[in-house]
Design a protein around this ligand. Sequence first.
Ligand code: ADP
Ligand code: MG
Length: 236
Amino acid sequence: YYSELQRSEKMEIISQLAASVAHEVRNPLQVTRGMLQVLGRKNTIKPGEGDLYQMAIDELDRASVIITDFLGFAKPQMENVVELNLAEEFKHVEGIIVPLANLQGGKLEVHMPKSLRIMGNSAKLKQAIINLIKNSIEALEGSGLVRVWAYEEREQVVIHIADSGSGMDESMIDRLGEPYLTSKSKGTGLGLMITFRIIEAMRGTIVFTSEKGVGTEATIRFPAVNTMREKASVSI
Ligand code: ADP
Ligand code: MG
């Protein structure tokens, strides 16, 4: 037990450090990107050089995607496990994802009852959900629908994320969560690895069903926090 505790403490320190670095690095990446865009517009490209400005911008974007997939949008914060209202968390997620969906094509529909509650860390939950919805939007390849809905069932909160995208074959489903597994030219193959770890840390489970050319559905289950039931047991 002793060494395990030490290991998890080390992991926590590493993940804090990584989040801080990501937060600090994102800004200079954005600033440099803006400068390159200006320079690219001002300067004419010499023959034989290719569009070096655009290549530099593409590389910066690649670095940004790695940070986004791996460390999310959240500011670094201490491990903070609290009662989360799923509807509120999904409102924030929609704020980030809807502009992305509009940009890439495809529609997003979220139906979230107001009453669902789980225990967890807000930033990490959002990171996990964003990675999943981002994959669904990318699988649409420009057109189609991503549907998200949730309910409580047998003391579990069940969340479904379903898309009408490209789908996967069975051998791909079996390998999901492997680091660097990607079918995309600009993929990191880190998104699901992080997502699986977060869901596991929150005592949740995730299952994928998919059919090639039809679509994919992820089903996530977390232990529900039922305030009514807790109050009842206290009064008895
Ligand atoms: P990345 O998105 O950077 O490729 P991920 O870990 O997020 O890495 O996903 C790994 C791979 O799993 C993707 O490249 C894709 O092939 C497959 N995948 C994940 N989600 C879906 C989905 N909703 N529809 C189709 N394929 C998916
Ligand atoms: Mg991804």
